[in-house]
Design a binder for this molecule. Structure first.
Ligand code: AMP
Length: 214
């Protein structure tokens, strides 16, 4: 099973991907995570991507498609892939078709997480994670049970993504509207698009996604 989770930043793609990995043993291929790792490791790709990401703009198609190509090729053929935050442009959608075909895979579902844009800005600007284990939290929707302490590992260090501040978030929304939303009609023509209301609770959204995959 190969699926794309599509939706504007903050729609819950990362959270839902993590759930799918746990429930179905699929692998999450998040170009955002790959790029953040490259920035941290100061690789040439990371050096090129850093400033673009901090502005909330899109990194070049060639860079992200190469990352997906490498990561997919390294996966066992029978493990399902979740494309999270990729493709984001028409050129990337075409690249993905080629990459899947090369690996003997096909796209089964494109799941669009529908959300209200103003609520999203609140969602994104409130999110943070444990600096030690990466567990995800939110100021209002999902704070740690004990303030200032990670539920998973007990660490007291937290961090926020540098691109989760309001102005950058607006730019990322604009990029989604202008460049990513237009790839949907192509998938609709292939009858593989399903819509899920992404404003529901985490478990509710997960249930709706599982119903599509079953
Ligand atoms: P994300 O974690 O998916 O929201 O990605 C964070 C940032 O990484 C985006 O705002 C872009 O700057 C960059 N990025 C991630 N995936 C892509 C992609 N498929 N195409 C272009 N840029 C991307």
């Amino acid at each position: 099973m190969n699926i794309i989770l599509l939706g504007p930043p903050g729609a819950g793609k990362g959270t839902q991907s993590a759930g799918l990995v746990e429930r179905h043993g699929m692998k999450q291929l998040s170009t955002g995570d790959m790029l953040r790792a490259a920035v941290k490791a100061q690789t040439p790709v990371g050096m090129e991507a850093k400033a673009v990401m901090e502005r909330g703009e899109l990194v070049s198609d060639q860079i992200v498609s190469s990352l997906i190509d490498e990561n997919l090729a390294a996966m066992p053929g029978d493990q399902g892939a979740i494309f999270d935050g990729y493709p984001r442009t028409g050129a990337q959608a075409a690249d993905l078709d080629r990459i899947l075909e090369k690996n003997g895979r096909k796209l089964d579902h494109v799941i669009e997480l529908g959300v209200d844009v103003d609520a999203l800005v609140e969602r994104i600007t409130g999110r943070f994670s444990c600096a030690n284990c990466g567990a995800l939290y939110h100021d209002t929707a999902n704070p740690p049970s004990k303030e200032g302490e990670c539920d998973v590992c007990g660490s007291h260090e937290f961090k926020r993504r540098p691109d989760d501040y309001e102005e950058t978030v607006r730019t990322r929304m604009d990029e989604y509207r202008a460049k990513t939303a237009p790839i949907l009609p192509g998938y609709e023509a292939r009858r593989i698009v399903s819509r899920v209301d992404g404003m529901g609770g985490i478990d509710e959204v997960a249930g709706a996604i599982d119903a599509i995959l079953s």
